[in-house]
Design a protein around this ligand. Structure first.
Ligand SMILES: Cc1ncc(C[n+]2csc(CCOP(=O)(O)OP(=O)(O)O)c2C)c(N)n1
Ligand SMILES: [Mg+2]
Length: 339
């Protein structure tokens, strides 16, 4: 069953995707300008998955996420000023600057503690699903995690429990390994899993699984809608493999704006795309989605450019806020921590 987006929903989805893309382009540019940020990971190239799936969640639903969390937090409505501040280690950040990019979390938006451990998000999501079932709450728990998580034992333990106990969990595996050369080539690690079809690993556990083009928000929306309905109706967990191509800028150990700032006009003027980046942008979910909106006459070029300009202006202000914000008082170093 497919459900079409109305014009307002379609534009809201575009706004979320642009927000994520521009937020992270801004982060890379800020770091390159010499401002100390530390190591971080970006969600560029995967926006369609998080934006489309998270738009379907209800306020009481829970989300667990990973080291690649900025897009999930923004899609759920996190304030870019406080998220930038958190990433820059400032006291105005969501976690008073003590979580940083790897542990940024917003409990009020249903985020369980973000885990930068490969695999950490999965038992968190299953635990929240278990709690919801025990308490009789109409709440679904969605775990976002990378393909590398299928190398971890905790994934299989968690999947097994979720299946046995029919927990309301959506396992959203974001497989971004296509095009990644991995650690052996001096790049950021890709996964090294013998099976190439991740959904095959899940079948013996009796968990319904489907693979989807993670760069197609409508496809992501359809499978997520089915998974959420199954979970809410007591049908138990679902595994979704959202496949995307690794953004070239996420192949080095530190992100590089290697394809340049995204020009949304690439969608209707493909000749503007620099030759070296044509393969990437032909696949880029954001540009593909803009083209779909344009072709379906859901938005014209003026509206799309205006939306982009507003997003960029707001983010420039948000970044200024974060840069000017003070660091936490050293005397507070031991507050709010387990040590
Ligand atoms: C348990 C554990 N082992 C190793 C690492 C180092 N590490 C950080 S990200 C990463 C690769 C993760 O790949 P994947 O889960 O596919 O996520 P992606 O970065 O591709 O989105 C590794 C090995 C870690 N954070 N945790
Ligand atoms: Mg991966």
């Amino acid at each position: 069953m497919t459900s079409e987006l109305n014009q307002q929903e379609a534009m809201e989805l575009l706004r979320t995707m642009l927000l994520i893309r521009r937020f992270e382009e801004g982060l890379i540019q800020t770091q390159k300008s010499g401002i100390s940020i530390g190591h971080f990971h970006v969600y560029i190239g995967q926006e369609c998955t998080g934006a489309a799936a998270i738009a379907l969640l209800e306020p009481q639903d829970k989300i667990a996420t990973t080291h690649r969390n900025h897009g999930h937090l923004l899609a759920r409505g996190a304030d870019p000023r406080r998220l930038y501040a958190e990433i820059l280690g400032k006291a105005a950040g969501y976690n008073k600057g003590k979580g940083g990019t790897l542990h940024a979390t917003v409990a009020g938006l249903g985020f369980l503690s973000t885990s930068a451990l490969v695999g950490g998000a999965v038992p968190l999501a299953v635990g929240a699903g278990f709690a919801a079932k025990q308490l009789g709450e109409r709440c679904v728990s969605v775990g976002f995690f990378g393909d590398g998580v299928l190398e971890e034992g905790v994934f299989f333990e968690s999947l097994n429990m979720a299946s046995l106990w029919k927990l309301p969990v959506v396992f959203m595996c974001e497989n971004n390994s296509a095009g990644a050369l991995g650690q052996s080539a001096g790049e950021y690690p890709g996964s090294t899993i013998a099976t190439k079809q991740l959904i095959d690993v899940v079948a013996p556990f009796g968990v319904p699984a489907s693979a989807v083009d993670g760069g197609d928000p409508r496809a992501v929306r359809d499978v997520t809608q089915q998974a959420l309905a199954r979970a809410r109706n007591g049908g138990g967990p679902t595994f979704i493999e959202a496949r995307t191509v690794r953004w070239p800028g996420s192949r080095p150990l530190w992100p590089e704006l290697s394809t340049g700032e995204t020009d949304v006009a690439f969608a209707w003027e493909p000749d503007r795309i620099p030759m070296a980046h044509r393969d990437w942008f032909a696949n880029d979910g954001l540009i593909r989605y803009v083209r779909q909106l344009f072709d379906a006459k859901l938005a014209n070029t003026k509206e799309i450019l205006a939306l982009d300009a507003t997003v960029r202006a707001d983010l420039a202000k948000a970044m200024r806020f974060a840069i000017e914000a003070p660091y936490p008082d050293p005397a507070s170093a031991l507050d709010d921590v387990f040590a």
